[in-house]
Design a protein around this ligand. Structure first.
Ligand code: SF4
Ligand code: SF4
Length: 315
């Protein structure tokens, strides 16, 4: 596993294990099963995990941490808390649930918020800063889908790490296209921030072109670590192979990772926006939530970027 040097002794694996998809918001894998998968990843050299307070995956991670006695596992978590007190509670929860005295990276979880987040959540930013000074978090960060927020993060002295959404198709980017985001990422890197990328496969919609999608993100100025959500050993194996160069486009087509399906997350608010984007009229609203007619759905993924809540995913 290629290791990336982020300075001050911090060496992170090029593959960051995105823990969201094993949690109750997506595949809902049991903590023990997900923990065993994390242990497989650790054995393969992965030393970096990304999660969040809202993902409810601390038990899955804790299962693995309690059974691992190898290299240190670096954990990034995040919270959408808007106040000092709320952020402190989120940090305390992570420290306690993960049985750690320090969380390596803690982000403002600001997926769909613009650059105003730094003003609107001033108390939360102050809390991150004070916890960093106290040693209870290692580095402060922001996770975002917004080009303007990445640009603003580059100017914010109290932010060390930026976790932007970027993929070859530009899926899910809030206020621009992939080139706008790539430029903002380069600006943030130029300002001394460290970055790792999320949704490099567009939430699962780009799995058919994983090789190209991964190469694109890793070619960007400022990105050398990718966070990829995985739910089984086959996906882990393929992603390790892609990063190590032992799996190419041709082999990838011969080794499908898993059968795909469209997942609509429970946090769907039933707004109906996605219905207009489906060319096959496969989506409908019932009991205040969106549902998919699997006989009509061709898993094209066109609906995913239309959801303002980012609730649709092909997995
Ligand atoms: S656009 Fe998203 S939140 Fe709105 S109904 Fe569709 S899935 Fe639900
Ligand atoms: S994946 Fe394609 S066919 Fe399926 S619901 Fe979304 S837009 Fe419609």
């Amino acid at each position: 596993m290629k290791m990336i040097d982020w300075g001050e002794g911090l060496q992170l694996s090029q593959l960051c294990f995105g823990v969201l998809p094993v949690g109750p918001m997506q595949k809902d894998v049991k903590p023990a099963e997900a923990g065993e998968l994390l242990l497989e990843a650790f054995e393969a050299g992965v030393n970096f995990l990304d999660t969040a307070q809202s993902y409810q995956t601390y038990p899955h991670i804790r299962y693995a941490l309690d059974r691992w006695d190898g290299h240190h596992i670096h954990i990034a978590s995040k919270s959408s808390a808007e106040t000092y007190e709320g952020m402190q509670e989120a940090i305390n929860e992570a420290l306690s649930a993960l049985n750690r005295n320090r969380i390596d990276i803690f982000h403002l979880h600001a997926a769909r918020v613009g650059p105003e987040v730094f003003d609107e959540r001033r108390g939360a930013v102050e809390c991150l800063q004070e916890n960093k000074e106290a040693g209870t978090i290692g580095r402060t960060g922001i996770s975002t889908h917004s080009v303007a927020a990445v640009r603003e993060a580059a100017r914010q002295e109290q932010i060390d790490v930026v976790f932007p959404l970027i993929n070859i198709a530009g899926l899910g980017i809030l206020d621009g296209d992939r080139d706008d985001m790539a430029q903002a990422i380069a600006e943030a890197a130029g300002a001394g921030k460290h970055l790792y990328a999320m949704k490099v496969y567009g939430g699962g919609n780009l799995l058919d072109e994983s090789h190209r999608a991964l190469q694109y993100v890793l070619s960007l100025d400022g990105i050398n670590i990718v966070s990829i959500g995985m739910v089984n050993s086959k996906e882990l194996e393929v992603n390790l192979g892609l990063l190590e160069g032992s799996v190419d486009e041709k082999q990838l087509k011969q080794t499908p990772t898993s059968s795909k399906r469209l997942l609509i997350a429970p946090f769907c608010v039933g707004c109906g926006t996605c219905l207009k984007s489906c060319p096959n009229e496969a989506l409908y609203i019932e009991d205040g939530q969106c549902h998919v007619d699997e006989d009509r759905c061709i898993l094209c993924g066109y609906c995913a970027p239309s959801c303002p809540e980012f609730a649709i995913r092909v997995i």
